[in-house]
Structures are given as C-alpha cells and as structure tokens.
Design a protein around this ligand. Structure first.
Ligand code: SF4
Ligand code: SF4
Length: 279
C-alpha cells in the first residue's frame, strides 16, 4: 500500500498560482464524493502564502503552501473520530455526509487547513486528489501543473519513486511544518524562509566598494561556519541561517584591518554599509 506525500521546494516556487487555479478547477462545483464534495467560489483547499522578509535593499519574497499536512497523528481526527477517517494510504478524509454543519471542526486543525463551505454547510480540506489516485492517476492536479517542479508528489513508501529518492538525497535539508505540534505531517518542505545576514563592504580610505573580501560567519552557540566573498559591488549575503543564534562576523580584505561584528539572527539582518579601516 502506498503512503502519499508532497515535498514543497520553496526555492523553486515563483508564486504563479497555477497549482491554486488547477485545484479550483478540479473542485469548484465538481463533486468527488465520497472523498470530497464540490467546493464553491471563495473556498480554497490550497493556500499559497507570500512571505516577505529582510529590510532596505535586501528584501526577499518566498511562497509557502499551507495545506492539509495529512498528519499521521491528526488532532482533527482525534477530536471528530466519527466524522474524519484516515485511509490506508495515509490520506485523511473529512466525511462530507457526517461532517455536515460542523463549523467547529475548523478549530481542530493547528495548521488552519480546514476551510468552511458556507453554501454546502460543510468543513473541507485538501484530499491529495484522492479520487484521481483511486482512478489510477499518479499525480495530483497541483503537482501536475507546476511549471517549476516545486511540488513533488508520490509514494513515500516506494523506494523507487521519485519522491523517495528525493527525500533520501536531500534528507538533511528537509523539514516538516511545525513538528512541535506532534502531528507527524506526511509532507516535507525544503528551503522554508530562514534568516539571512547581508551587508555592503566599503574601503574606508577611498569610499570604493570592497570586492573579494572574505566574509566568515561563525555561530557562537552551535559552531557552524558559513563563508562567502563580496561581489563587485562589495555586497555579501549568507542565506538559510538557523533562527535565534548569535554569530561572529569576520571580514578580511588585503590591505585592511580585520573587521569583527556580533550578529543575532532574530530575523533577516541587513547590516548596511560596513567600512574597513586601512591597515
Ligand atoms: S493538517 Fe489539519 S486537517 Fe490535515 S490531517 Fe493534520 S490536523 Fe487534520
Ligand atoms: S504552480 Fe508551482 S511555481 Fe506556481 S505557485 Fe504552485 S508551486 Fe509555486
């Protein structure tokens, strides 16, 4: 038996919303009972959230999918065992007959993945296109249309599936959404928004951009080391840093005194201009 899941590669998503529109096309006014009743306008089973972070000229935008995580330990099902069930392939289904009228169910999902269909008087959520899988399809509508391979879907228990190979290859970079909830989500995320440290190094004696300066960031708590060099504009940027850590930043350039700064990664940090003193 398969066990289905997604890998969402945030770095590959450009926010085109093709997945969102394909989902709307598949479900709006189209009934797929017993796994999902028809949705209506304004009922979105996929949410693509725009996340903006950084300051000044160093601002980044990422797009993060927040949909039902098909939890192995789903609190929604624990709360409403008579209205929600889990299939052997891991897909969690809200029974469209038994859940009718239960708007309270929206509060049972810590991810906010259950939405309310006012017209049908029904709580609804992503079913990973269970009706298509049951008909022999190997993909969901959203993963099928993504032009950037940002949504990888498949059988996590099949060692030969593309998704299993991907998970094996990138296991150190993959995370689950809010693992602290203890829900054991099926889906993985890669490159979720994370703090970065950026700045612009300037030669103090000439006010010129300092190209090729060596920048080293060392975490004072975990010992991790990140390195880069400034570009022709004197700019540097070190991405995907751990949250809430203190780093020592060291900048070295030939003919200049070494510069040291302390940086805390509470959020993305733009240090602006950093002037080096002539040695
Ligand atoms: S993400 Fe929410 S709706 Fe989906 S299985 Fe987990 S608790 Fe239930
Ligand atoms: S279709 Fe792909 S690139 Fe477009 S929003 Fe969805 S995941 Fe992102």
């Amino acid at each position: 038996m398969a066990r289905y899941g997604f890998v969402f590669n945030v770095e590959r998503c450009n926010g085109c919303y093709a997945c969102f529109l394909a989902c709307k096309d598949e479900y709006t006014d189209s009934c797929h009972r017993p796994t999902c009743a028809a949705t209506t306008e304004g009922v979105n089973l996929i949410k693509v959230s725009e996340v903006e972070y950084g300051t000044g000229s160093k601002v980044k935008v990422d797009y993060v999918h927040t949909i039902c995580q098909q939890c192995a330990n789903p609190p929604c099902m624990a709360k409403y065992p008579d209205q929600i069930y889990k299939r052997p392939d891991g897909i969690v289904i809200i029974d469209p007959e038994k859940a009718k009228g239960n708007k309270e169910m929206l509060k049972a999902c810590p991810y906010g993945a259950i939405v309310w269909n006012e017209k049908a008087n029904l709580p609804q959520k992503c079913t990973m296109c269970a009706h298509m899988l049951d008909a022999g399809e190997k993909v969901t509508r959203c993963s099928e249309v993504c032009p950037n391979q940002a949504l990888l879907f498949g059988d996590l228990d099949d060692p030969n599936s593309e998704i299993s190979k991907y998970v094996k290859e990138h296991k150190d970079e993959l995370v689950k959404l809010k693992p602290e909830y203890g829900t054991e989500p099926a889906h993985y995320y890669r490159h979720l928004p994370a703090p970065f440290v950026a700045g612009e190094v300037v030669c103090g004696d000439t006010d010129e951009c300092c190209k090729g300066a060596k920048v080293t960031l060392t975490c004072e708590e975990c010992g991790s080391v990140f390195t880069t060099e400034t570009d022709f504009l004197g700019d540097f940027e070190i991405r995907r840093l751990p949250v809430n850590k203190t780093f020592k930043l060291v900048i070295k350039a030939d003919g200049y005194k070494t510069k040291e700064l302390s940086v805390r990664t509470m959020a993305a940090v733009n240090l602006g201009e950093i002037f080096l003193e002539k040695a």
